[in-house]
Write a protein that binds this ligand. Sequence first.
Ligand code: NAG
Ligand code: NAG
Ligand code: NAG
Ligand code: NAG
Ligand code: NAG
Length: 396
Amino acid sequence: MSYTFFLLLLSLVHSTFSSLAPTDRAALQSIRDSLTDMPGSAFFSSWDFTVPDPCSSFSGLTCSSRGRVTGLTLGPNLSGSLSPSISILTHLTQLILYPGSVTGPLPPRFDSLPLLRVISLTRNRLTGPIPVSFSSLSNLHTLDLSYNQLSGSLPPFLTTLPRLKVLVLASNHFSNNLKPVSSPLFHLDLKMNQISGQLPPAFPTTLRYLSLSGNSMQGTINAMEPLTELIYIDLSMNQFTGAIPSSLFSPTISTMFLQRNNFTSIATSNATSLLPEGSIVDLSHNSISGELTPALVGAEALFLNNNRLTGDIPEEYVKSLINGTTKQLFLQHNYFTRFPWNSGLQLPDSVSLCLSYNCMETDPVVGLSTCPIEVAPLLSRPASQCSRFYNHSSTG
Ligand SMILES: *[C@@H]1O[C@H](CO)[C@@H](O)[C@H](O)[C@H]1NC(C)=O
Ligand SMILES: *[C@@H]1O[C@H](CO)[C@@H](O)[C@H](O)[C@H]1NC(C)=O
Ligand SMILES: *[C@@H]1O[C@H](CO)[C@@H](O)[C@H](O)[C@H]1NC(C)=O
Ligand SMILES: *[C@@H]1O[C@H](CO)[C@@H](O)[C@H](O)[C@H]1NC(C)=O
Ligand SMILES: *[C@@H]1O[C@H](CO)[C@@H](O)[C@H](O)[C@H]1NC(C)=O
């Protein structure tokens, strides 16, 4: 390509772009003035307001052909605060702030930014509530405000935004209840907040990822419409009680964390195996009683320790360990009376099986059990806690 042709091309390309709109230039100046690079960071070194065309030289900036800012990506490693002038950038579709130490509230006026599709302001030190103006973000697809110090009630309008697919508010101080969810979400992560109350009666069937871990939610989980796309569910470390409904055991599930609640039973209908092979299921540290259903046999890792399970462990679990489907099986700290082990069998080396602190009369577990270090010394439960379970004609 000849040099003159290249110049011609360059001037053509250039002439199709107008220079940055004066309102947007003023907004960028205020945004710049309220933030600073932390020591060692040079994000703003390219932000020279004397150049004719910031759109082609400022890092983190994208503009439309009409000279309006459409994308703003700030940081990482900035401090200061977010200028309310962001709301002047009325053509903004994407607002991203990478991890840093930015403090202060969210800008209040999001109602002037109707084109926003992505807001991601994670791992900074933002405080205060989510402004009511977020309710007008009808094009919003992704909202990630995780790992800040935001607070206030979880706004009910967030989970009704008509195009919201990804909502991540993990690790903030949001309180109050989770209201009905009507957005077409596929990713909902509210872990590590102070959310209370019960689960909403339904979730969108589009949901693939749900985490509500480490909140203060309670009550029973009513049988909900099966979430046929669900891959990951984490309700651990709340105060849920009652039965774990069989609708949670979706055939698509790969990770199910329900540990450290107060669930009392597993409602498994008549299905034999509810779990796909390779799944990880943690139901430990609950109050689950009764006999163990064979329905969880497909899991690759199954944690049922620290419950009140009784009776014989179904043979299916032994088969599943031997044929390599199950690689980790933690049954310690229950009241099981028998592990159906035949001395001719051999466990694969990779298996981790823990049977300590149960009520097994004859003890096949010595030599089989490979418990985590903290439970190893407690081989069996004191006989006084077990006597009622030895009598098979009585359920105690
Ligand atoms: C940001 O800060 C972190 C922690 O000090 C550092 O590891 C990282 O390299 C910094 N990144 C940039 C782009 O300055
Ligand atoms: C767990 O639930 C049982 C029965 O509903 C109740 O008696 C018990 O107090 C609960 N435990 C905790 C720690 O909430
Ligand atoms: C459970 O049993 C009912 C009635 O016998 C039957 O209609 C249903 O399909 C069964 N469900 C499963 C998952 O096997
Ligand atoms: C392993 O054993 C379990 C329990 O009997 C069974 O459900 C599963 O289909 C078996 N898997 C293979 C690969 O043989
Ligand atoms: C076992 O159950 C039988 C019948 O219910 C009863 O007569 C007996 O006293 C029970 N024994 C113990 C040790 O609980």
